[in-house]
Ligand binder design. Structure first.
Ligand code: SAH
Ligand code: SF4
Ligand code: F3S
Length: 479
């Protein structure tokens, strides 16, 4: 028997994660595997024995941030030559050796399809093996099945401390993307679209429920394209939701991100009929101009997007819908942009994420069109669209004032977390089934509970509420 690791023996790991929920989940899995190797997670890179950056390549800005963080570590090994510095995730897959060229003190470059190798790669570095590079095949680096196999779906180990909260967890149902929108780097860094077997997903969800998870969020770049064929039966997302709904302990099921063209009536009916499935749909439109949508190769027209939205509203009237938009895509005129404004006005999204187009080397749009919208125009369009969206978000939150909503209490609000003095009474934050954020005064023991709160005010982003006191029945008076 080995003695248990004491604090002094444990090695310290600092991990910084940027990008989407896929990356948050990947970091959880990497941490789980490194804990087995004696690492504990710390929140400062200063004294850490290993520093990992889990990176994103979706926009230039995300990459710049990582390269400047790496720049700050230039002298980090002077005082601790054994310190291990690793770059993992999407930028590792995209830039590969270039990372060693730009930051020669990096020990480890590991793509998102090779994360399972990290514990072994770290051991190799520790044993003096030098720089380690593990990435998957390029999309054109072999046959479809060879490329597929080079992207490992990596989901067996979980780590409760790395989750958004102990009672909320992500569950990957597919990896990769085959849509190839012309602006997007994801299909090349995350590999071909592959759905996980339903049995694996269900087993993982059951395990999470046993560990006390109340909410699971299913992840996929185009989560509603989920398709798994086995033994003459084909599973779609609606089938998965029906099975997940049966798991005791799970109270809420969410799924992101949806591809507009794959929003089937069958799926919408499942959202309507299964109580645990949140009436909340993230279905990015990207643009309101058919000319832009065609250039983006999104595969639908604005009219088709609007029809899809009309089906959502007809089948699940209480559902909130959210979207992403790219402004300033190649050749976007003021008229194209105004069509996007028009779509936002008409669609009444709960909120929208708005991005300025960022040219990504290696994507189709770089070959096809010049990035010709000036930065200041992109910025102005971004602000204008955001203002239109925020006004709608605020307006649509007003009817909730005076109503009671059920929230899953996630933890201390941002303010309370900042000046937390450890007392039981504090401001809490929770989310409604529709993914609206509510803050209210409560008690620490309510964290993780489903709680009724009465809304007394609202702005574009937040509902302000108070906990509804438990109903006091006549039997109390008989005591
Ligand atoms: N798979 C998801 C999201 C992928 S990335 C989907 O298809 O909706 C998240 C968002 O980043 C996208 O929805 C898009 O709005 C934005 N995005 C992707 N590539 C971009 C680029 N090159 N420049 C700016 N924004 C981009
Ligand atoms: Fe990128 Fe399009 Fe795939 Fe989304 S669907 S990840 S935007 S290529
Ligand atoms: Fe970024 Fe990779 Fe996600 S590029 S958005 S972290 S899939």
């Amino acid at each position: 028997m080995f003695p248990p690791l004491t604090r002094a023996m444990a090695k310290q790991l600092y991990i910084e994660t940027v990008g989407c929920q896929m990356n948050m989940l990947d970091s959880e899995l990497v941490v789980a595997s490194l804990r087995k190797q004696g690492y504990e997670v710390v929140d400062s890179p200063k004294r850490a024995d290993a520093i990992l950056f889990n990176t994103c390549s979706v926009r230039q800005h995300a990459e710049d941030k990582i390269y400047s963080a790496l720049g700050r570590l230039k002298h980090a090994k002077k005082y601790n030559p054994g310190k291990i510095i690793g770059v993992i995730g999407c930028m590792a897959q995209k830039d590969q050796r270039l990372i060693f060229d730009r930051a020669p003190y990096v020990d480890l470059v590991v793509g998102p399809g090779q994360l399972h190798q990290i514990p072994e790669l770290i051991q190799r570095v520790e044993a003096g093996g030098g720089q380690q590079l593990e990435v998957s095949l390029d999309r054109k680096g072999g046959s479809r099945s060879q490329v597929e196999q080079s992207f490992e779906s990596y989901d067996p180990l979980r780590d409760p401390q790395m989750r958004p909260t102990p009672f909320q967890a992500f569950v990957r149902i597919m990896i990769g993307c085959d849509k190839f929108c012309t602006y997007c780097i994801v299909p090349s860094v995350r590999g071909p679209e592959q759905s996980r077997p339903p049995a694996h997903i269900l087993a993982e969800a059951r395990q999470l429920a046993d560990e006390g998870c109340r909410e699971i969020t299913l992840l996929g770049q185009t989560v509603n394209s989920y398709k798994y064929a086995d033994g003459g039966r084909t599973w779609r997302l609606a089938d998965l939701l029906a099975e997940l709904h049966e798991i005791d302990g799970i109270a809420r099921i969410k799924f992101v991100t949806n591809y507009p063209k794959d929003m089937t009536d069958e799926l919408l009916t499942a959202v309507r009929d299964l109580d645990k499935v949140s009436p909340y749909l993230h279905v990015p439109a990207q643009s309101g101009s058919n000319r832009m949508l065609a250039r983006m190769k999104r595969g639908y027209t604005v009219e088709e997007y609007r029809d899809m939205l009309a089906r959502v509203r007809a089948t699940v009237p209480e559902a909130t819908v959210t979207s992403d938009f790219i402004v300033g895509f190649c050749g976007e005129t003021e008229d194209d942009f105004q069509q996007t404004v028009e779509l936002v006005r008409a669609s009444r999204f709960k909120n929208s994420f708005i991005f300025k187009y960022s040219e990504r080397p290696g994507t189709k749009s770089v070959q096809l069109y010049p990035d010709d919208v000036p930065e200041d125009v992109k910025k102005r369009r971004n602000n204008e669209l955001l203002a239109v969206q925020n006004a709608i978000s605020e307006e649509d939150n007003q009817p909730l004032i005076g109503r009671t909503v059920e929230v899953l209490v996630e933890g201390p609000s941002k303010n309370a977390a900042r000046d937390d003095d450890g007392s039981d009474a504090l401001q809490l934050v929770g989310r409604t089934h529709c993914d609206r954020i509510a803050v209210f005064d409560g008690n620490r023991r309510q964290i993780g509970q489903l709680l009724d709160v009465a809304v007394y005010d609202a702005n574009a982003f937040t509902l302000f509420a108070s906990v509804v006191t438990a109903h006091v029945g006549p039997e109390v008076f008989q005591l």
